[in-house]
Design a protein around this ligand. Structure first.
Ligand code: SAH
Ligand code: SF4
Ligand code: F3S
Length: 472
Protein backbone atom coordinates (compact mmCIF):
# COMPACT_ATOMS: atom_id res chain seq x y z
CA UNK A 1 0.00 0.00 0.00
CA UNK A 2 1.33 3.46 -0.85
CA UNK A 3 0.95 5.84 2.07
CA UNK A 4 -0.59 9.14 1.02
CA UNK A 5 1.63 12.16 1.48
CA UNK A 6 -0.40 14.33 3.83
CA UNK A 7 1.88 17.28 3.06
CA UNK A 8 0.12 17.70 -0.28
CA UNK A 9 -2.75 19.09 1.79
CA UNK A 10 -0.60 22.10 2.53
CA UNK A 11 -1.18 23.29 -1.02
CA UNK A 12 -4.93 22.99 -0.81
CA UNK A 13 -6.80 25.82 -2.42
CA UNK A 14 -7.87 28.70 -0.24
CA UNK A 15 -11.55 28.99 -0.88
CA UNK A 16 -14.04 31.08 1.03
CA UNK A 17 -15.48 29.56 4.16
CA UNK A 18 -19.13 28.64 3.93
CA UNK A 19 -21.26 29.19 7.06
CA UNK A 20 -24.06 26.70 7.43
CA UNK A 21 -26.85 26.48 9.99
CA UNK A 22 -27.40 22.92 11.10
CA UNK A 23 -31.01 21.88 11.25
CA UNK A 24 -31.28 18.24 12.28
CA UNK A 25 -34.57 16.63 13.16
CA UNK A 26 -33.78 13.73 15.49
CA UNK A 27 -36.38 11.21 16.65
CA UNK A 28 -35.87 8.90 19.66
CA UNK A 29 -36.07 5.74 17.54
CA UNK A 30 -33.53 3.86 19.68
CA UNK A 31 -35.36 4.33 22.99
CA UNK A 32 -34.36 1.71 25.57
CA UNK A 33 -30.92 1.19 23.97
CA UNK A 34 -27.61 2.17 25.52
CA UNK A 35 -24.48 3.96 24.33
CA UNK A 36 -20.89 3.80 25.58
CA UNK A 37 -18.66 6.71 24.57
CA UNK A 38 -14.90 6.90 25.12
CA UNK A 39 -12.92 10.06 24.40
CA UNK A 40 -9.20 10.34 23.69
CA UNK A 41 -7.14 13.50 23.16
CA UNK A 42 -7.54 17.19 23.83
CA UNK A 43 -10.34 19.56 24.89
CA UNK A 44 -11.52 19.82 21.25
CA UNK A 45 -12.29 16.13 21.29
CA UNK A 46 -13.89 16.36 24.72
CA UNK A 47 -16.16 19.08 23.35
CA UNK A 48 -16.84 17.11 20.14
CA UNK A 49 -17.91 14.22 22.36
CA UNK A 50 -20.51 16.54 23.88
CA UNK A 51 -21.88 16.95 20.34
CA UNK A 52 -21.80 13.16 19.80
CA UNK A 53 -23.66 12.71 23.11
CA UNK A 54 -26.35 15.14 21.98
CA UNK A 55 -26.96 13.07 18.83
CA UNK A 56 -27.00 9.75 20.68
CA UNK A 57 -29.28 10.98 23.46
CA UNK A 58 -31.70 12.60 21.01
CA UNK A 59 -31.86 9.37 19.04
CA UNK A 60 -33.12 7.81 22.29
CA UNK A 61 -29.94 6.14 23.61
CA UNK A 62 -29.09 6.30 27.33
CA UNK A 63 -25.49 6.42 28.56
CA UNK A 64 -23.97 3.36 30.21
CA UNK A 65 -20.74 3.01 32.18
CA UNK A 66 -19.64 -0.43 31.04
CA UNK A 67 -18.75 -1.43 27.53
CA UNK A 68 -20.52 -4.79 27.90
CA UNK A 69 -23.93 -3.11 28.45
CA UNK A 70 -23.74 -1.05 25.26
CA UNK A 71 -25.79 -1.34 22.07
CA UNK A 72 -23.56 1.25 20.41
CA UNK A 73 -19.91 2.06 21.19
CA UNK A 74 -18.33 5.29 19.97
CA UNK A 75 -14.58 5.86 20.26
CA UNK A 76 -13.64 9.49 19.67
CA UNK A 77 -10.00 9.06 18.68
CA UNK A 78 -6.82 11.15 18.83
CA UNK A 79 -3.79 11.01 16.54
CA UNK A 80 -1.36 13.38 18.24
CA UNK A 81 1.17 10.74 19.33
CA UNK A 82 1.68 7.04 18.66
CA UNK A 83 0.53 6.10 22.18
CA UNK A 84 -2.82 7.86 21.62
CA UNK A 85 -3.30 5.68 18.55
CA UNK A 86 -2.14 2.53 20.37
CA UNK A 87 -4.73 3.11 23.09
CA UNK A 88 -7.52 3.18 20.50
CA UNK A 89 -6.38 0.00 18.76
CA UNK A 90 -5.88 -1.67 22.15
CA UNK A 91 -9.46 -0.89 23.12
CA UNK A 92 -10.74 -2.08 19.75
CA UNK A 93 -9.62 -5.57 20.79
CA UNK A 94 -12.23 -5.53 23.57
CA UNK A 95 -14.87 -4.15 21.19
CA UNK A 96 -14.16 -6.87 18.63
CA UNK A 97 -14.55 -9.58 21.27
CA UNK A 98 -17.84 -8.07 22.44
CA UNK A 99 -19.14 -7.89 18.89
CA UNK A 100 -18.44 -11.61 18.44
CA UNK A 101 -20.88 -12.23 21.33
CA UNK A 102 -23.36 -9.50 20.48
CA UNK A 103 -23.97 -9.34 16.72
CA UNK A 104 -26.22 -6.25 16.83
CA UNK A 105 -23.61 -4.11 18.55
CA UNK A 106 -22.77 -1.00 16.50
CA UNK A 107 -19.13 0.10 16.69
CA UNK A 108 -18.30 3.60 15.57
CA UNK A 109 -14.98 5.43 15.25
CA UNK A 110 -14.82 9.24 15.16
CA UNK A 111 -12.11 11.84 15.77
CA UNK A 112 -8.69 12.84 14.48
CA UNK A 113 -7.29 9.38 13.74
CA UNK A 114 -10.10 8.90 11.24
CA UNK A 115 -8.92 11.89 9.21
CA UNK A 116 -5.77 9.99 8.25
CA UNK A 117 -6.28 8.11 4.97
CA UNK A 118 -3.86 5.30 5.92
CA UNK A 119 -5.79 4.66 9.14
CA UNK A 120 -9.05 4.36 7.22
CA UNK A 121 -7.32 1.93 4.88
CA UNK A 122 -6.14 -0.07 7.88
CA UNK A 123 -9.66 -0.21 9.33
CA UNK A 124 -11.06 -1.24 5.97
CA UNK A 125 -8.60 -4.05 5.55
CA UNK A 126 -8.05 -5.31 9.09
CA UNK A 127 -11.09 -4.31 11.17
CA UNK A 128 -14.20 -5.25 9.16
CA UNK A 129 -16.29 -5.55 12.37
CA UNK A 130 -16.32 -1.73 12.68
CA UNK A 131 -19.63 -0.39 11.43
CA UNK A 132 -19.21 3.37 11.16
CA UNK A 133 -16.37 5.80 10.59
CA UNK A 134 -17.15 9.51 10.78
CA UNK A 135 -14.66 12.38 10.37
CA UNK A 136 -14.02 15.52 12.39
CA UNK A 137 -15.59 17.79 9.74
CA UNK A 138 -18.96 16.05 9.58
CA UNK A 139 -19.94 14.78 13.02
CA UNK A 140 -23.48 15.84 12.17
CA UNK A 141 -23.61 12.83 9.80
CA UNK A 142 -23.49 10.46 12.77
CA UNK A 143 -27.30 10.14 13.24
CA UNK A 144 -27.71 9.37 9.54
CA UNK A 145 -24.92 6.78 9.62
CA UNK A 146 -26.38 5.10 12.72
CA UNK A 147 -29.84 4.95 11.15
CA UNK A 148 -28.52 3.11 8.13
CA UNK A 149 -26.02 0.85 9.93
CA UNK A 150 -26.54 -2.51 8.25
CA UNK A 151 -23.60 -4.78 8.95
CA UNK A 152 -21.71 -3.17 6.06
CA UNK A 153 -18.88 -0.77 6.90
CA UNK A 154 -20.00 2.79 6.37
CA UNK A 155 -17.33 5.46 6.01
CA UNK A 156 -18.09 9.17 5.74
CA UNK A 157 -14.99 11.33 6.10
CA UNK A 158 -14.24 14.57 4.26
CA UNK A 159 -10.70 15.78 3.70
CA UNK A 160 -11.56 19.39 2.93
CA UNK A 161 -12.66 21.73 5.65
CA UNK A 162 -14.12 24.87 4.15
CA UNK A 163 -17.28 25.00 6.24
CA UNK A 164 -18.23 26.28 9.66
CA UNK A 165 -21.42 24.89 11.16
CA UNK A 166 -23.56 26.96 13.50
CA UNK A 167 -26.49 25.88 15.62
CA UNK A 168 -24.59 22.78 16.78
CA UNK A 169 -26.23 21.31 19.89
CA UNK A 170 -24.34 19.72 22.77
CA UNK A 171 -25.12 17.51 25.75
CA UNK A 172 -22.61 19.24 27.98
CA UNK A 173 -20.78 17.28 30.68
CA UNK A 174 -21.02 20.15 33.16
CA UNK A 175 -23.71 22.63 34.16
CA UNK A 176 -21.07 24.94 35.61
CA UNK A 177 -18.24 25.23 33.13
CA UNK A 178 -18.59 25.07 29.34
CA UNK A 179 -16.33 24.75 26.30
CA UNK A 180 -16.93 27.09 23.38
CA UNK A 181 -15.25 26.65 20.00
CA UNK A 182 -14.08 29.97 18.64
CA UNK A 183 -11.99 28.63 15.77
CA UNK A 184 -11.45 25.27 14.12
CA UNK A 185 -8.33 23.80 12.53
CA UNK A 186 -4.79 25.12 12.40
CA UNK A 187 -2.61 26.69 9.69
CA UNK A 188 0.64 26.78 11.62
CA UNK A 189 2.09 23.51 10.34
CA UNK A 190 4.57 22.91 13.15
CA UNK A 191 6.66 20.22 11.48
CA UNK A 192 5.97 17.51 14.09
CA UNK A 193 2.22 18.03 14.31
CA UNK A 194 -0.65 16.12 12.73
CA UNK A 195 -3.41 18.55 13.78
CA UNK A 196 -3.44 20.73 10.62
CA UNK A 197 -4.14 17.54 8.65
CA UNK A 198 -6.78 16.10 10.97
CA UNK A 199 -8.59 19.34 11.83
CA UNK A 200 -8.09 21.19 8.56
CA UNK A 201 -7.47 24.81 7.75
CA UNK A 202 -7.97 27.54 10.32
CA UNK A 203 -11.50 28.92 10.29
CA UNK A 204 -13.07 31.26 12.82
CA UNK A 205 -16.65 31.40 13.96
CA UNK A 206 -18.30 34.79 13.58
CA UNK A 207 -18.10 36.89 16.73
CA UNK A 208 -21.86 37.45 17.03
CA UNK A 209 -22.48 33.69 17.21
CA UNK A 210 -19.83 33.19 19.90
CA UNK A 211 -21.23 36.06 21.99
CA UNK A 212 -24.76 34.64 21.66
CA UNK A 213 -23.49 31.30 22.96
CA UNK A 214 -21.77 32.94 25.95
CA UNK A 215 -24.95 34.89 26.80
CA UNK A 216 -27.06 31.75 26.51
CA UNK A 217 -24.72 29.83 28.83
CA UNK A 218 -24.63 32.67 31.36
CA UNK A 219 -28.43 32.86 31.34
CA UNK A 220 -28.54 29.11 31.97
CA UNK A 221 -26.43 29.39 35.11
CA UNK A 222 -22.94 28.68 33.78
CA UNK A 223 -20.16 30.37 35.74
CA UNK A 224 -17.28 29.63 33.42
CA UNK A 225 -16.55 29.42 29.69
CA UNK A 226 -13.34 28.24 28.06
CA UNK A 227 -12.79 29.56 24.55
CA UNK A 228 -11.24 26.83 22.40
CA UNK A 229 -8.94 27.05 19.40
CA UNK A 230 -5.70 25.32 18.42
CA UNK A 231 -4.26 28.81 18.32
CA UNK A 232 -6.62 31.39 19.80
CA UNK A 233 -4.37 34.33 18.84
CA UNK A 234 -5.19 33.64 15.20
CA UNK A 235 -8.91 34.13 15.86
CA UNK A 236 -10.56 36.34 13.24
CA UNK A 237 -7.61 36.64 10.89
CA UNK A 238 -9.35 34.51 8.25
CA UNK A 239 -12.57 36.54 8.51
CA UNK A 240 -11.30 40.00 7.58
CA UNK A 241 -14.17 41.56 9.48
CA UNK A 242 -12.05 43.96 11.51
CA UNK A 243 -11.94 42.01 14.75
CA UNK A 244 -9.35 39.79 16.38
CA UNK A 245 -8.90 37.75 19.56
CA UNK A 246 -8.32 40.78 21.81
CA UNK A 247 -11.62 42.32 20.66
CA UNK A 248 -13.50 39.01 21.03
CA UNK A 249 -12.09 38.48 24.52
CA UNK A 250 -13.12 41.97 25.60
CA UNK A 251 -16.65 41.50 24.25
CA UNK A 252 -16.95 38.16 26.06
CA UNK A 253 -15.70 39.77 29.28
CA UNK A 254 -18.33 42.54 29.02
CA UNK A 255 -21.11 39.93 29.05
CA UNK A 256 -20.17 39.47 32.69
CA UNK A 257 -19.90 35.70 33.02
CA UNK A 258 -17.90 34.99 36.19
CA UNK A 259 -14.89 33.23 34.69
CA UNK A 260 -13.38 33.23 31.21
CA UNK A 261 -10.53 31.01 30.08
CA UNK A 262 -8.99 30.28 26.69
CA UNK A 263 -6.65 27.67 25.18
CA UNK A 264 -4.23 27.47 23.42
CA UNK A 265 -2.11 30.58 22.95
CA UNK A 266 0.73 30.36 20.46
CA UNK A 267 3.71 32.50 21.51
CA UNK A 268 3.77 33.86 17.97
CA UNK A 269 1.52 36.91 17.41
CA UNK A 270 0.39 37.14 21.05
CA UNK A 271 -0.36 40.86 20.91
CA UNK A 272 0.02 43.61 23.52
CA UNK A 273 -3.70 44.30 23.14
CA UNK A 274 -4.44 40.73 24.25
CA UNK A 275 -2.28 41.16 27.34
CA UNK A 276 -3.95 44.50 28.14
CA UNK A 277 -7.46 43.02 27.86
CA UNK A 278 -6.55 40.04 30.07
CA UNK A 279 -5.05 42.42 32.64
CA UNK A 280 -8.04 44.78 32.57
CA UNK A 281 -10.97 42.42 33.18
CA UNK A 282 -11.14 40.56 36.51
CA UNK A 283 -13.39 37.90 34.97
CA UNK A 284 -10.66 36.89 32.50
CA UNK A 285 -8.65 34.39 34.52
CA UNK A 286 -4.95 35.11 35.05
CA UNK A 287 -3.83 31.86 33.49
CA UNK A 288 -2.00 31.38 30.19
CA UNK A 289 -0.97 28.13 28.56
CA UNK A 290 1.97 29.18 26.41
CA UNK A 291 3.63 26.16 24.76
CA UNK A 292 7.37 26.64 24.20
CA UNK A 293 8.15 23.13 22.81
CA UNK A 294 11.95 23.56 23.02
CA UNK A 295 14.56 25.86 24.55
CA UNK A 296 16.83 25.71 21.51
CA UNK A 297 16.53 28.18 18.62
CA UNK A 298 17.86 25.57 16.20
CA UNK A 299 15.17 23.09 17.18
CA UNK A 300 12.44 25.77 17.21
CA UNK A 301 13.41 26.61 13.66
CA UNK A 302 13.25 22.96 12.60
CA UNK A 303 9.86 22.77 14.32
CA UNK A 304 8.65 25.82 12.32
CA UNK A 305 7.54 27.51 15.57
CA UNK A 306 8.26 31.03 14.21
CA UNK A 307 9.75 32.53 17.41
CA UNK A 308 13.15 32.58 19.07
CA UNK A 309 13.90 32.03 22.74
CA UNK A 310 14.69 35.73 23.11
CA UNK A 311 11.25 36.64 21.71
CA UNK A 312 9.55 34.07 23.95
CA UNK A 313 11.32 35.45 27.04
CA UNK A 314 10.30 38.99 26.12
CA UNK A 315 6.65 37.93 25.79
CA UNK A 316 6.81 35.86 28.98
CA UNK A 317 8.21 38.80 30.96
CA UNK A 318 5.59 41.18 29.57
CA UNK A 319 2.80 38.77 30.57
CA UNK A 320 4.26 38.33 34.08
CA UNK A 321 4.67 42.07 34.52
CA UNK A 322 1.28 43.23 33.24
CA UNK A 323 -1.10 40.49 34.44
CA UNK A 324 -1.30 40.43 38.20
CA UNK A 325 -0.79 37.04 39.83
CA UNK A 326 -0.68 35.27 36.44
CA UNK A 327 0.22 31.60 36.21
CA UNK A 328 1.85 30.24 33.07
CA UNK A 329 2.05 26.63 31.93
CA UNK A 330 3.65 25.15 28.84
CA UNK A 331 4.12 22.14 26.53
CA UNK A 332 7.56 20.71 25.83
CA UNK A 333 8.71 18.04 23.39
CA UNK A 334 12.00 16.21 24.03
CA UNK A 335 13.87 14.18 21.44
CA UNK A 336 12.73 16.09 18.36
CA UNK A 337 14.76 14.76 15.36
CA UNK A 338 18.35 15.95 15.68
CA UNK A 339 17.99 17.33 19.24
CA UNK A 340 21.47 17.23 20.81
CA UNK A 341 22.35 17.14 24.51
CA UNK A 342 23.26 20.83 24.11
CA UNK A 343 19.81 21.63 22.65
CA UNK A 344 18.17 19.72 25.48
CA UNK A 345 20.25 21.60 28.05
CA UNK A 346 18.76 24.81 26.63
CA UNK A 347 15.28 23.39 27.27
CA UNK A 348 16.24 22.79 30.91
CA UNK A 349 17.60 26.37 31.00
CA UNK A 350 14.34 27.94 29.79
CA UNK A 351 12.35 25.93 32.34
CA UNK A 352 14.71 27.21 35.04
CA UNK A 353 14.19 30.73 33.68
CA UNK A 354 10.39 30.67 33.41
CA UNK A 355 9.77 28.54 36.53
CA UNK A 356 6.49 27.37 35.02
CA UNK A 357 3.45 26.62 37.17
CA UNK A 358 3.18 23.40 35.21
CA UNK A 359 4.21 21.72 31.97
CA UNK A 360 2.95 18.91 29.79
CA UNK A 361 6.04 17.07 28.60
CA UNK A 362 6.23 14.59 25.72
CA UNK A 363 8.73 12.47 23.87
CA UNK A 364 8.62 13.33 20.17
CA UNK A 365 6.42 10.92 18.26
CA UNK A 366 6.81 10.54 14.51
CA UNK A 367 3.58 11.20 12.62
CA UNK A 368 3.24 9.86 9.08
CA UNK A 369 2.91 12.66 6.53
CA UNK A 370 4.35 15.48 8.65
CA UNK A 371 7.60 17.03 7.46
CA UNK A 372 9.55 16.15 10.65
CA UNK A 373 8.87 12.48 9.87
CA UNK A 374 11.44 12.77 7.07
CA UNK A 375 14.17 14.30 9.27
CA UNK A 376 17.07 12.11 10.45
CA UNK A 377 16.52 11.07 14.06
CA UNK A 378 19.64 9.32 15.38
CA UNK A 379 19.00 9.72 19.14
CA UNK A 380 18.12 6.36 20.75
CA UNK A 381 14.79 6.08 22.60
CA UNK A 382 16.57 5.26 25.88
CA UNK A 383 18.33 8.66 25.67
CA UNK A 384 15.02 10.44 24.95
CA UNK A 385 13.41 8.73 27.94
CA UNK A 386 16.29 9.85 30.13
CA UNK A 387 15.87 13.45 28.89
CA UNK A 388 12.16 13.31 29.70
CA UNK A 389 12.95 12.07 33.20
CA UNK A 390 15.47 14.87 33.75
CA UNK A 391 13.05 17.45 32.39
CA UNK A 392 10.18 16.26 34.57
CA UNK A 393 12.36 16.56 37.64
CA UNK A 394 12.89 20.28 36.98
CA UNK A 395 9.27 20.87 35.90
CA UNK A 396 7.92 19.21 39.06
CA UNK A 397 10.29 21.16 41.28
CA UNK A 398 8.83 24.44 40.04
CA UNK A 399 5.20 23.23 40.08
CA UNK A 400 5.66 22.36 43.74
CA UNK A 401 7.48 25.60 44.49
CA UNK A 402 4.69 27.68 42.90
CA UNK A 403 2.00 25.69 44.68
CA UNK A 404 3.78 26.09 48.01
CA UNK A 405 3.58 29.87 47.65
CA UNK A 406 -0.17 29.46 48.25
CA UNK A 407 0.22 27.68 51.62
CA UNK A 408 -1.95 29.32 54.30
CA UNK A 409 -3.30 31.78 51.73
CA UNK A 410 -6.97 32.34 50.88
CA UNK A 411 -7.91 31.66 47.27
CA UNK A 412 -11.17 31.67 45.29
CA UNK A 413 -12.19 28.30 43.89
CA UNK A 414 -14.96 27.46 41.47
CA UNK A 415 -16.14 24.12 42.83
CA UNK A 416 -16.92 21.86 39.89
CA UNK A 417 -17.52 18.41 41.38
CA UNK A 418 -16.79 15.71 43.91
CA UNK A 419 -13.14 15.02 44.65
CA UNK A 420 -11.47 11.71 43.86
CA UNK A 421 -9.57 12.11 47.14
CA UNK A 422 -12.26 10.71 49.39
CA UNK A 423 -15.83 11.27 50.51
CA UNK A 424 -16.82 14.59 52.00
CA UNK A 425 -14.39 16.29 49.64
CA UNK A 426 -15.11 18.38 46.59
CA UNK A 427 -12.73 19.88 44.06
CA UNK A 428 -12.34 22.84 41.77
CA UNK A 429 -9.90 25.30 40.29
CA UNK A 430 -8.35 28.54 41.46
CA UNK A 431 -8.39 31.53 39.11
CA UNK A 432 -4.83 30.47 38.19
CA UNK A 433 -6.09 27.00 37.21
CA UNK A 434 -4.70 25.06 40.13
CA UNK A 435 -6.67 22.01 41.21
CA UNK A 436 -7.79 22.18 44.84
CA UNK A 437 -9.28 19.31 46.86
CA UNK A 438 -11.49 20.83 49.51
CA UNK A 439 -12.92 19.51 52.73
CA UNK A 440 -16.58 20.33 52.43
CA UNK A 441 -19.87 18.90 51.30
CA UNK A 442 -21.56 18.69 47.92
CA UNK A 443 -23.59 21.89 48.50
CA UNK A 444 -20.46 23.77 47.47
CA UNK A 445 -20.59 22.39 43.90
CA UNK A 446 -21.44 25.15 41.44
CA UNK A 447 -20.28 27.95 43.73
CA UNK A 448 -17.21 30.13 43.85
CA UNK A 449 -15.94 29.81 47.40
CA UNK A 450 -13.09 31.15 49.49
CA UNK A 451 -10.68 28.39 50.44
CA UNK A 452 -7.74 28.36 52.81
CA UNK A 453 -4.84 26.29 51.43
CA UNK A 454 -3.48 23.82 53.98
CA UNK A 455 -1.22 21.60 51.85
CA UNK A 456 0.59 21.89 48.51
CA UNK A 457 1.79 19.11 46.21
CA UNK A 458 3.24 19.24 42.68
CA UNK A 459 -0.10 18.65 40.95
CA UNK A 460 -2.75 19.78 43.44
CA UNK A 461 -3.54 21.72 46.58
CA UNK A 462 -5.59 20.81 49.65
CA UNK A 463 -7.83 23.36 51.29
CA UNK A 464 -10.66 24.09 53.72
CA UNK A 465 -13.72 26.01 52.56
CA UNK A 466 -14.31 29.26 54.42
CA UNK A 467 -17.93 30.18 55.21
CA UNK A 468 -18.13 33.22 52.97
CA UNK A 469 -19.25 32.61 49.35
CA UNK A 470 -17.89 34.92 46.67
CA UNK A 471 -20.68 36.97 45.11
CA UNK A 472 -20.69 37.26 41.33
N1 SAH B 1 -2.40 23.81 19.31
C1 SAH B 1 -1.71 23.60 20.48
C2 SAH B 1 -1.27 22.19 20.78
C3 SAH B 1 -1.97 21.03 20.29
S1 SAH B 1 -1.21 19.51 20.54
C4 SAH B 1 -0.47 24.43 20.46
O1 SAH B 1 0.11 24.69 19.43
O2 SAH B 1 -0.03 24.77 21.52
C5 SAH B 1 -0.69 19.57 22.22
C6 SAH B 1 0.77 19.34 22.40
O3 SAH B 1 1.14 18.05 21.97
C7 SAH B 1 1.69 20.25 21.62
O4 SAH B 1 1.84 21.50 22.22
C8 SAH B 1 2.96 19.48 21.59
O5 SAH B 1 3.77 19.77 22.71
C9 SAH B 1 2.50 18.04 21.66
N2 SAH B 1 2.70 17.36 20.38
C10 SAH B 1 2.13 17.63 19.20
N3 SAH B 1 2.59 16.80 18.24
C11 SAH B 1 3.48 15.98 18.85
C12 SAH B 1 4.31 14.91 18.39
N4 SAH B 1 4.32 14.53 17.12
N5 SAH B 1 5.10 14.29 19.30
C13 SAH B 1 5.10 14.66 20.60
N6 SAH B 1 4.35 15.66 21.07
C14 SAH B 1 3.54 16.31 20.21
FE1 SF4 C 1 -0.02 21.65 16.02
FE2 SF4 C 1 1.49 23.79 15.88
FE3 SF4 C 1 -1.07 23.93 15.13
FE4 SF4 C 1 -0.45 23.64 17.69
S1 SF4 C 1 0.04 25.44 16.41
S2 SF4 C 1 -2.00 22.51 16.56
S3 SF4 C 1 1.38 22.36 17.64
S4 SF4 C 1 0.53 22.76 14.12
FE1 F3S D 1 -6.80 16.96 19.81
FE2 F3S D 1 -5.63 14.66 19.41
FE3 F3S D 1 -6.97 15.78 17.51
S1 F3S D 1 -4.84 16.33 20.59
S2 F3S D 1 -6.91 17.97 17.85
S3 F3S D 1 -7.79 15.04 19.45
S4 F3S D 1 -5.04 14.75 17.28
Amino acid sequence: MVLPDLCLERNREKTDIEYINLDLDLKPVFKGKKYFLRTYGCQMNVHDSEEIKYYLENLGYDACDTLEDADIVVLNTCAIRENAKDKVYGYLGRCKHLKSLKKDLIICLAGCLMQEPHEIENIRQNHPYIDIIVGTHNLYDLPKLIAKASGKQNIEVYSNSDKVYENIRYSRDSKISAWINIAYGCDKFCTYCIVPYTRGRERSRKMENILEEVKYLKNHGYLEVTLLGQNVNAYGKDLNLGYDFAILLEEVAKIGIARIRFVTSHPWNFTDQMIDVIAKYPNIMPYIHLPIQSGSDDILKKMNRKYTIEEYKELFNKIKKKIKNVSVTTDIIVGFPGETEEDFQKTLDIVEYCKYDGAYTFIYSKRVGTSAAKMPDPTPMSEKEERLRRLNEVVNKYSLMNNQKLLNKEVEVLVTGESEKGSNKVCGYTDTFKLVNIEGNKDLIGKIVKVKIIDAKSFSLDGIALPEEVKN
